[in-house]
Write a protein that binds this ligand. Structure first.
Ligand SMILES: [Zn+2]
Length: 395
């Protein structure tokens, strides 16, 4: 059996080993060493990165209790020098140890058991079975977790027999029946685990809960530990400083200032809508004044280059509120748009000839007897307008 040395020393990041087997599968070389400190992905902790004889380790996987090192190129030597990506390893140790502590405090304070755990690229999460905890409860756990970090209790690991196991106040049941490895936060928490951890709580640095959400599976807590939390703080401090500059506000005034700006923005939008409506009203009156008098109704026809379909529709609604009008409004915004509407008292079925007009611009659309709209090619829009005028005039 391959010796999994990471169980005994999480801090060793360079070592020598002997290659005992190499297999080529799916375009990769799967290298088996006689002993290894490389941690394979398992138990919510990602695999280690690093190099074997200068060749990048793409992945480390556990298969049939064997640690497989996945490489793109096969090492030439039988005895190889291995380097573990220490930054990544230590980051995983901080996140994983932080999780043990956080889960232990949730359990001790609120009897909330951790159902699952995973270290993500940016943040980690645990899902708790008890999803009834309040925001204040979660805050209390966060404070207690960080208070305990300063107590700097040792974290120790050891293998244990089944008889001894019965005497330990385990927080969760082991997933295996033999070779059970215990991770103990000294006299505080006992948990079966095969991962890599720091040797005392102080090295976790800080545990920050970023957010929580209630899901079908339970209460999902997203958190960051150690350098991740520090980098997150740096990033957020930069955001705050940028906001202080752009808003010309003190840090404690930012929220108030943003609220004020949002309120002002809402008012301005209302004002803008009112002004647009006024302009459309004015334009409608002007178009009605310029309309052509036909036998049974007046005809309004115009092509705009600055109005979208929504504006065309609103304008034609305003115009056809007047009695005795048929209105053809077109625009060249994005594509060729056309809206044809009539007043309630005009006896013309627009739907009966609208398709003929749409064909001129190779467009799509439709509507009803009173109003139709469609869009197509801009090029033939003036021809479509002429066609519509001619059809309506001869209706
Ligand atoms: Zn662990």
């Amino acid at each position: 059996m391959v010796e999994k040395l990471y169980y005994h020393d999480s801090y060793k990041s360079s070592f020598s080993a002997e290659i005992v087997d190499i297999n080529f599968a799916n375009g990769y070389y799967e290298v088996l060493l006689d002993e290894t400190y490389f941690y394979p992905e398992s138990g919510g902790q990602p695999a280690d990165g690093g190099f074997i004889d200068g060749i990048k380790v793409e992945n480390v996987i556990l298969r049939d209790d064997k640690v497989i090192h996945v490489l793109k190129t096969a090492p030439k030597n039988k005895f190889v020098n291995c380097e573990i990506d220490w930054e990544k390893r230590f980051d995983n140790m901080q996140q994983h140890s932080g999780q043990h502590l956080l889960s232990a405090v949730f359990y001790k304070l609120f009897n909330a058991e951790t159902e699952s755990f995973s270290i993500g690229r940016d943040s980690s999460h645990i899902t708790l079975t008890n999803s009834n905890l309040s925001e204040d409860n979660i805050k209390e756990v966060e404070i207690e977790t960080n208070r305990l970090i300063y107590s700097n209790l040792p974290i120790i690991t050891y293998f244990i027999g089944n008889e001894e196991l019965k005497r330990l106040p385990l927080r969760k049941k082991p997933k295996v029946d033999e070779n059970i490895r215990i991770v103990e936060i000294k006299d505080f928490d006992y948990s079966p685990c095969g991962g890599t951890h720091v040797k005392s709580l102080g090295e976790i640095g800080i545990v920050k809960i970023k957010k929580f959400e209630r899901t079908k599976k339970g209460l999902r807590i997203e958190f960051v530990c150690g350098f991740r939390a520090f980098n997150d703080y740096l990033k957020k401090n930069n955001y705050i400083n940028s906001l202080i500059t752009s808003l010309s506000a003190k840090e404690e005034e930012i929220l108030e200032k943003v609220d004020k700006i949002l309120d002002e923005n809402k008012e301005l939008k209302k004002e803008l809508i009112k002004l647009r409506d006024n302009i459309l009203q004015y334009e409608a009156e002007k178009l009605i004044a310029e309309s052509i008098n036909l036998k049974n109704f007046k005809l309004v026809a115009k092509i705009f280059n600055d109005k979208d379909m929504k504006e065309l529709r609103t304008l034609s609604q305003i115009i056809t509120k007047e009695k005795g009008i048929i209105c053809i409004l077109c625009s060249t915004t994005n594509c060729g748009n056309i809206v044809i509407s009539r007043s309630d008292d005009v006896d013309v079925n627009i739907n009966s000839f609208f398709k003929t007009i749409l064909d001129v611009i190779e467009g799509n659309g439709g509507g009803n007897q009173k109003t139709c709209q469609g869009s197509g090619k801009i090029d033939n829009l003036d021809l479509a307008l002429d066609k519509a005028i001619s059809l309506i005039s001869n209706y």
